[in-house]
Structures are given as C-alpha cells and as structure tokens.
Design a protein around this ligand. Sequence first.
Ligand code: ZN
Length: 369
Amino acid sequence: MRGLQAAVAAMAWCLAGMTALEAQSTMRPPAALNTQYVMLVIADGVRWQEVFTGADASLMGKAGGVSDTASLRRDFWRDTPPARRAALFPFLWGTMATQGQLFGDSAGGSPARITNTMKFSYPGYSETFTGFADPRIDSNDHPPNENTTVFEWLNRDAAFTGRVAAFATWNAFSRIFNAERSGVPVYDGWTRGVAPSESPRSSLLRDLYATTIRVWPDVAFDALMQQSLLEYLGGHDPRVLFVGYGEPDEWAHAGKYDLYLRSARNMDAYLAQLWARVQSDPRTRDKTTMIVSTDHGRGWGREWTDHGKDVAGAEFIWTAVIGPDTPARGVRANTPVRQAQVAATIAALLGRDWQKAEPKAAPPLPIFR
Ligand SMILES: [Zn+2]
C-alpha cells in the first residue's frame, strides 16, 4: 500500500511537472501560417524503440518468430542505431527528421506518452483526435464516439466542410470518428475501403478487397488501402485527411518480428509516396503539414508483441511533423509531449483554436518557432 501510495504520488508529481514543462514549451502559433492542408498518419503499434534505434537483434531469430534471419539482417541490420533506423525508416530519418521534427526519444530523455491508461487502440485514437483521454472508452468495441473529434469540428467549419476524409485498414474508424454523426467520410476495413466511384481502378480495387483472403477479419492490408487512397486523391482535394495503417500491430500480435519490420518499412514507403505526391502538386506543395504518430507503444523484450493496461512501457509513443510551419529542428531534446496534443496541433496549423472549442483538450505540440 505504501509502495502504491508512493507510486501514485510520484506519478502525480510527474504529471504536474510535465504540464509545467509543456506550458513553458508551448509557444503560441504564429498569426500567419502557410499550412492549408493537414495529413495525420497513424502507424498502429509501431514502437518508439524501432523508430529511434532500428531493428532489435534479439528479436531477429527464433524469439521473434523469424525463420529467415539472413535476409532480415541483410535488409535491416546495421552496426549503429542511426544506420539501423535509417535502413528501416528511410523517409522518416532522411526527410522528416532532417526537414521537420521528431518527438519521443524516450532513451534520450524526451518521451512522448499517451494520457489514457488503456494502452490500446480505440482510447489512443480517440485521445489523438479529441485532445483528451476519456475513461469511458475502455474497449475497442466501444460504440460510436460520444466525443467530437477535431475532424468532425473542422468538417462543420465552412472552410473545411466536405474537405475532410479518413482512410484506414481497421474497420473501427467509422465508430471512432462517429462517421454517421460527424459526416466525415470514413473508408475503412474490408467492406468500406473504396470510395464510391465508377473508375476502372476503383472497380478493380473493390474486386481485390472482396476476393483477398482476410487474414484479419477487421483489418485489411495496408497495400490495398494505399491504392484506394491514391485513387481517391486523384479526384478529391481533402484539406484534412486521416490515414491509418494497421498491419504492423497485427504482425506484432502474431509474434512475427520479420513481418512487423517489413510492414513498418512499407509504411515508411507509403509516407514517402504521399509526401512526394503532395510536394509535386502545385495546389498542395509547401502548403501541407504531415503529422505521423502511433496509437500506443508495446512492451519490452519478450513483451514486444503486446500492449494494454498491464504492459509496462506501452504508454510510450513517438510523433513526427513536417511542413512549411515546422522549423527543421530534427529530434527534439528535453521536450516531453503527449498524444493528446495532436488534436490542437491540427487545428492550430489551420488557424483554428481547438482548446477554445474543447476546453479538455491539451495544447498544441511545441513545433512552432
Ligand atoms: Zn494491438
């Protein structure tokens, strides 16, 4: 009991300390911003350990369910952490960390953490989209979100109405965004993955979604979703876009470290593809901010496959930002941040104050100069 009391006191102190630091480091966003488009990308369950130090040698064999260690080492093993992480996430390290900012270097004293105590997906996404943790959300089967997300709020703002959209492989996002109430079109899972269109590509994609083996009944493959998203972007010009990749979390739960790494590597390539597209279109070039993060962490060592209330370490995440209003400060030192700060960041980048509309929301990430 004494131990527990001490732990609770320490935690309260820690949270208070963090809020003070947060307040100190939260600068007001400049009055005039260049961002007109925001893209939020979440890679479900990708650990900060791999993001900051690359592949883990201890999991590249039997312990990680890997049979072909040689090819995995060839692709992802390098002698130093900076070389390893660049091999796994070339876009994150070659572009986002050099031209933008990266939060969550827990080993370097700059942790990014979730505020909710659940350490699994629905609570994490809801915290990300609303700016606060809602203790009522304690299951991935939670009904349509009672809370208004920053996406729904922006979709009601005349400047953004009809210019908000969400693509994801996990079929829970229709509930997390409360698609019905919010009016935000959510293309998720196996059966809602393709936006209505008569184009030949859309009909091919609908066939592939319908006929591909559903390894996970509730999560489609990221490769299909990427193509569906690209097809949508060919005919639409969303100003606020959510993209949710789900495979890394699924392969991790299955204990397949090779496929976890390969799906994380694919995610990085998808980011590069989206960013190249944004920067080659005069409508969006130098007017788009991309935020990339994860919904929760995972355990240490043998617990790498898991996350949840009782898994130590699964509260630590990471966040990367690139865009015309995010000075190139690279890996942010001594700057602890929270998952709850993403919602107000999205609004601030678009010249809106989410905390004014939702007083429970955390302040924006300290990305601005
Ligand atoms: Zn999971």
